[in-house]
Design a protein around this ligand. Structure first.
Ligand code: ADP
Ligand code: ZN
Length: 435
């Protein structure tokens, strides 16, 4: 494939030049953050670092880390580095109350984020001759807005479908000749199956590429999607905290994602000691946003386990590559694209009068996540009258839906039937084998 770049100078910049650019941006960013965000100033003062100590990217390790707990502490405005009057957008993570993170954007922040997505679309072969169907959710979720903006920047004819209504997705895809599809990999697989059921073959639809991310997916799933849709499927990575999708994107080589490191500097650390690990070693991925204005995060711990590589890439890009995330350092699950923490389920159980004896079982059937929760009744609650059980299960499932935003299937089970463990309780059985 002929290589096209959206911002060639940056995407193919030499390592030395990139380091220089990153260093200049970092020095400015640290000063901006120190001067405007008391929360950061305190963290830096506690660590005894001043903006004057940071002369370039090699000094980054002197700065304190920032964690999701800090983001929650500072909710909603505590990390804001620009006046609200200069902000034009808010997005939020899929997590729910207590776990929700809100991110703010100035127009410049939106621009650079959209540039990142435009790089991803271009790397997937997108040009102004393409019709780009954006089937990520629109709204607070970053997926829709990010790829939508990127698609505009590339000059694609943009189909802002949002997710859902699969019949209509297929109709538009076919009638309006979509050539690029952007959505979560599980939704892409679902669209593929539906197309097959309706008697379409890959030759009947003009799609040539897909940009899929926001959740883990396997190589096997990639091959399956590529075959059912007749496309090349590209991975894209991001998180709301750093802006959204487009922090890293895949190129024609499909061996990891190039990090847009002129905007987001990546480090790999030992999650236990915080020590920075050399290239090629596995650890926790940490990002510093080098030039975001409104919500700039310095050394943000993503809790994604990952590896970085500077091996030469056949696409000509010199941007460092990150592997597919290989797991998490916390217990967060991503079910149907929504972040779920076992602790949230526990909170609901306690509130509803149950003991925290439960097990979460997640699987993937026909490319859709299934989500079951087995909950033990205590002796007083126990009943074997089917209609009563059903009612109790429905009530509990409703309470979980309110907390999580997605619907589990709840099974109430007899007292003492959830296996006890002597060590750490096995609360989650994830059969999806995504890693
Ligand atoms: P978003 O709203 O962009 O999905 P969240 O903050 O809700 O962002 O979730 C971000 C997390 O989603 C990441 O930390 C990572 O664990 C996961 N994620 C995003 N993209 C990918 C991807 N391409 N592959 C694997 N995991 C991903
Ligand atoms: Zn490449």
């Amino acid at each position: 494939m002929e290589q096209r770049y959206y911002q060639k100078d940056i995407e193919t910049m030499s390592y030395e030049e990139m380091k220089k650019l990153q260093s200049e941006k970092l020095v400015k960013q640290v000063k901006h953050v120190y001067d405007n965000v008391p929360y950061y100033r305190n963290l830096m003062d506690e660590k005894g670092v001043k903006p004057e100590d940071i002369h370039g990217i090699d000094d980054l390790h002197l700065l304190p880390f920032l964690s999701k707990a800090d983001l929650r502490d500072a909710y909603p405005y505590g990390l804001l580095a620009k006046p609200l009057s200069e902000c034009v957008r808010i997005h939020s993570t899929s997590g729910t109350t207590g776990r929700r993170v809100v991110a703010f954007y100035t127009q410049k922040d939106v621009d650079l984020w959209e540039d990142c997505c435009a790089r991803a679309i271009t790397a997937a072969g997108g040009t102004n001759d393409d019709v780009c169907q954006v089937a990520y959710g629109y709204g607070l979720f970053t997926g829709g807005a990010g790829l939508h903006g990127g698609s505009h920047k590339v000059g694609c004819l943009t189909l802002p479908m949002s997710s859902g209504n699969t019949e209509r997705q297929i109709q538009f895809m076919s009638d309006l000749g979509a050539t690029i599809l952007c959505c979560t990999p599980s939704y892409a697989a679902y669209i593929g199956e539906t197309l097959k059921e309706q008697g379409y073959t890959p030759d009947d639809i003009p799609l040539k590429a897909g940009i899929f991310g926001a959740e883990p997916w396997t190589e096997e799933m990639r091959r399956q999607i590529e075959a059912t849709l007749g496309i090349k499927a590209y991975d894209i990575y991001g998180l709301t905290e750093t802006s959204g999708p487009g922090v890293a994107f895949e190129c024609s080589e499909q061996t990891g994602m190039h990090v847009n490191e002129d905007h987001f500097y990546a480090e790999i650390i030992d999650p236990d000691t915080g020590e920075v690990l050399p290239e090629g070693e596995k650890g926790e991925l940490v990002f510093t946003s080098l030039d975001k204005e409104a919500f700039p995060l310095l050394r943000y711990r993503t809790r994604d386990i990952c590896v970085l590589s500077r091996k030469k890439c056949s696409c000509g890009r010199t941007l460092v590559k990150m592997a597919k995330p290989m797991g998490r350092t916390d217990d967060m699950l991503i079910i149907r694209g929504v972040n779920v923490f076992p602790s949230q389920i526990e909170t609901v159980l306690l509130k509803e009068g149950y003991q925290p004896n439960y097990q979460i079982i997640v699987d993937r059937v026909n490319n859709n996540d299934t989500f079951e929760v087995n909950v033990e009744m205590n002796a007083d609650q126990f009943t074997d009258i089917a209609s009563e059980l059903l009612m109790m299960e429905k009530k509990l499932a409703g309470a979980m839906k309110t907390m999580l935003g997605i619907n589990p299937t709840v099974h109430l089970v007899p007292p003492k039937s959830v296996a006890r463990s002597e060590g750490k309780a096995v609360r989650v059985i994830d059969k999806r084998k995504l890693i």
